[in-house]
Ligand binder design. Structure first.
Ligand SMILES: *Cc1c(COP(=O)(O)O)cnc(C)c1O
Length: 370
């Protein structure tokens, strides 16, 4: 029994949608991308969606669209996947990290105001592990200091906060469609979401080599652009996955429910504090365990053919950040404490109860023996 950490949920509906595109002459810049943009914007409750080839590309376009550049500062979280911080570096701006709250694992708004300087341009918050950041408080701070708000909602498709969907809480937000996310667009994909027409128009142009208009003159380039386009087959799969979104989220909730049931009496760990859509299933070892214990447990699980992961290693402690910017252990203590004890368990729609039983049994045994 080899159990991967994650796995996409592809049915005949998606396969058929992709094959239909392959029968047409149009594989890029066609109707499927437009349809996917319409549907994902409607789902998130925003006016505009710009489909691109990855979540990272989407973040980069937002940084460009907001004209964040050399020596500007962006306040963001060290507890995230690397791209939410790298996108700031792409434009030679500076990520200013702020520690997280140990319950939600999101940016602690109380620490934000103390970090604002005349160079601060934006707050980039992440809905980490699909838990919404404290958008109400972040919005209050952004308004007070005239800062942009950026939402990295890569992990939070379907999550809600105060009756609104994640992806709708800022000047511009993103989703990612990498295969471990709630839905995928055939391997790679992302989208920019915004209510702001100027941001959307900039992104439509910049993803397509800086062309003047989406449907305009083929070779008129009015700005520095990129090839960040989403292929038609990817958009077609995205449309099909989005049609199944309620079923997909229900299946994820059911897997999480089974894990919760089977782990709730196990005192060595804390269960995930998840309030919304499910992206991953992350447990936390109790305080008495150290990072070496956690790493050993992950290795032992792998020896039993169960793939777990150490989401997330703090961004500020990644070698590139330590060497390049002088960050050190101890800079963001809550983030570090949390990240030393978290384990992502295998989590995907088609995970069977029998497999969950095997994972839970093995996990309990390995933790007891540590
Ligand atoms: C997955 C992810 C991204 C990047 O998405 P890609 O599509 O892989 O480029 C960005 N931020 C967070 C928090 C993510 O989890």
């Amino acid at each position: 029994m080899n159990i991967p950490l994650s796995q996409p949920d592809i049915t005949d509906l998606e396969r058929k949608a992709v094959l239909e595109v392959l029968k047409t002459p149009c594989l890029s810049l066609g109707p499927k991308v437009k349809e996917f943009e319409r549907e994902i914007a409607r789902y998130a409750g925003v006016k505009y969606a710009v489909a691109v080839n990855s979540g990272t590309s989407a973040l980069h376009l937002i940084i460009k669209a907001l004209n964040i550049k050399d020596n500007d500062e962006v306040i963001t979280t060290p507890f995230s996947f690397i791209s939410s911080s790298n996108c700031i570096l792409y434009e030679r701006a500076k990520p200013v990290f702020v520690d997280i709250k140990s319950d939600t694992l999101n940016i602690d708004p109380e620490l934000v105001e103390g970090l604002i300087t005349p160079r601060t341009k934006a707050i980039l918050a992440v809905d980490v592990f699909s838990n919404p950041a404290d958008w109400e408080e972040l919005e209050r701070i952004a308004k007070k200091y005239s800062l942009y708000l950026i939402e990295d909602s890569a992990e939070a498709l379907g999550s809600e906060y105060r009756g609104k969907k994640c992806g709708s809480f800022s000047d511009a937000a993103i989703f990612s469609f990498f295969p471990n996310k709630q839905i995928t667009t055939a391997g790679e994909g992302g989208v920019v979401l915004t209510d702001n027409k100027e941001i959307a128009d900039f992104c439509y142009s910049a993803r397509n080599q800086g062309r003047a208009q989406q449907d305009g003159k083929w070779l008129e380039h009015i700005r520095l652009g990129y090839n960040y386009r989403m292929p038609e087959v990817c958009a077609a799969m995205g449309v099909a996955q989005l049609e199944r979104i309620d079923e997909i989220l229900e299946r994820r909730a059911k897997v999480a429910f089974l894990y919760n049931q089977k782990l709730k009496d196990f005192k060595e760990i804390e269960l995930p504090n998840n309030t919304s859509s499910w992206f991953v299933y992350i447990i936390r070892l109790n305080q008495k365990y150290k990072q070496e214990d956690r790493d050993k447990i992950i290795r032992e699980m792998a020896d039993n053919e169960i793939q777990c992961s150490n989401y997330f290693q703090p961004i500020h402690l990644q070698p590139y950040y330590k060497e390049g910017f002088g960050f050190e252990q101890g800079d963001f203590p809550i983030c570090e404490q949390v990240s030393q004890r978290t384990i992502a368990l295998p989590f995907y729609n088609n995970l069977k109860e029998k497999e969950i039983d095997f994972i839970v049994k093995t996990l309990k045994k390995e933790i007891r023996e540590t």
